[in-house]
Write a protein that binds this ligand. Structure first.
Ligand code: FES
Length: 138
């Protein structure tokens, strides 16, 4: 005969603890003017200059592991520069595609979709903003 464990743990909740206020104090001073570009995270960080991204081509930022393309003049896009096949870094942008040196996959500069295997999944798009002549992470 094994006695079943029917004992319950009684939770003692103190009212004070339940009413724990997350003291965030002074709410958002929502005044814009965020000119100060602090190095917090990567948002807002400049990736490249628009002048460095050829129309109908792109530029690969190896350190950032991002490729920025300009399919049409004034239209900028960015994608992960990590090949979705086996994670090589793509190496060049030619003839409207982003090319992986490892096994020859190619991705379209317009939307990162696969133009040529063996990769089957598109390069994920990265969010960017263009301010003046600089391309930044959004
Ligand atoms: S890792 Fe890019 S094609 Fe294989």
């Amino acid at each position: 005969m094994t006695p079943r464990a029917t004992r319950r743990t009684v939770l003692l909740t103190s009212g004070a603890a339940a009413a724990l206020a997350a003291g965030c104090g002074s709410g958002g001073g929502d005044g814009g003017g965020g000119g100060g570009d602090t190095a917090a995270g990567t948002a807002g960080r400049e990736l490249t200059s628009t002048a460095d991204v050829p129309v109908g081509g792109g530029t690969i930022l190896k350190e950032e592991k991002v490729v920025v393309t300009q399919p049409e003049e004034g239209e900028f896009k960015a994608f992960s520069a990590i090949c979705t096949h086996q994670n090589c870094l793509v190496s060049e942008v030619t003839d409207g595609t982003i090319d992986c040196p490892c096994h020859g996959s190619r991705f379209r500069i317009t939307d990162g979709s696969v133009a040529h295997g063996p990769a089957t999944r598109p390069l994920p798009e990265e969010r960017i903003t263009v301010e003046g002549n600089s391309v930044r992470r959004a």
